[in-house]
Design a protein around this ligand. Structure first.
Ligand SMILES: Nc1ncnc2c1ncn2[C@@H]1O[C@H](COP(=O)(O)OP(=O)(O)OP(=O)(O)O)[C@@H](O)[C@H]1O
Length: 234
């Protein structure tokens, strides 16, 4: 069980309304959604119900004309351009379906990427970020030096997924957003990856919002939310 400080919210979504095109019917209408510090929440829901759109809004990838989203006490919607990008790398770790690794860079270089762009993440990664990256990779099951130094594109899907998780976790961002990162894995690999991810979030103190339509994965989370109950637009 994660240590949850219910007084300190890492994520606060209030009266959010979002449509992909101005004038279209909104895909998201959320009155209130919050995550406490260190809390691990499983958000499930059918295909097309707005899960990925919600994560994009929280990450500040899309603009929110109505409502507010605060992450670690900052209203993401109030940040513009480069400031929003800097905020994202400082405070949020992302694990998406396609992992978004830089294919020609090594596994280790990919994990260290947030530390290159964020002094905060670098400082929070300890005296030697490289050692932290190697520790995270090791704990996520990637310890073979040949794999650690191999270009990301030469790794298997499961290995790439571990690299993406280590990259999200390095430097202990307050919030990890994971969008179906297990979709390409078999059942056994899904469960063990998820156990590792939850354990690592707990060890670095990050809250986790894990999105999936796969209900077999929801065990062991602090809270399970059904998006069709949270998202009134659905
Ligand atoms: N880039 C986009 N431009 C326009 N519409 C989009 C875009 N991305 C998603 N949508 C639409 O928004 C709605 C919600 O999609 P979203 O991807 O958020 O759902 P989801 O619950 O994550 O689905 P899945 O489980 O299949 O990934 C859908 O109707 C989808 O067609």
């Amino acid at each position: 069980m994660a240590v949850i400080d219910s007084g300190a919210k890492v994520l606060n979504v209030t009266k959010l309304e979002y449509a992909w095109k101005k004038g279209d019917v909104p895909v998201l209408r959320i009155d209130a959604l919050g995550l406490a510090k260190g809390e691990r929440v499983f958000l499930r829901g059918p295909s097309g119900s707005g899960k990925s759109t919600l994560l994009a809004a929280i990450a500040g990838v899309v603009d929110i004309p109505t409502g507010s989203i605060s992450v670690a006490g900052t209203d993401v919607g109030q940040l513009r351009g480069g400031a929003r990008d800097r905020f994202r790398v400082n405070h949020i770790g992302l694990i998406f379906q396609m992992f978004n690794l830089i294919p020609w860079q090594s596994a280790l270089e990919n994990v260290l990427m947030p530390c290159r762009f964020s002094r905060r993440r670098r400082e929070r990664a300890g005296a030697d970020p490289k050692l932290s990256a190697l520790r995270l990779l090791d704990e996520l099951g990637l310890s073979d030096p040949a794999l650690v130094s191999a270009p990301a594109m030469s790794l298997s899907v499961g290995q790439q997924q571990r690299v993406a998780a280590a990259r999200a976790l390095i430097g202990a961002p307050e919030l990890i957003l994971a969008d179906e990162p297990t979709s390409a894995l078999d059942e056994g690999a899904k469960a063990s990856f998820l156990d590792l991810l939850k354990r690592e979030c707990e060890s670095v103190g990050s809250a986790l919002l894990f999105v999936s339509h796969d209900r077999s994965l929801e065990r062991g989370f602090d809270r399970v939310l059904e998006i069709t109950e949270v998202n009134k637009a659905w």
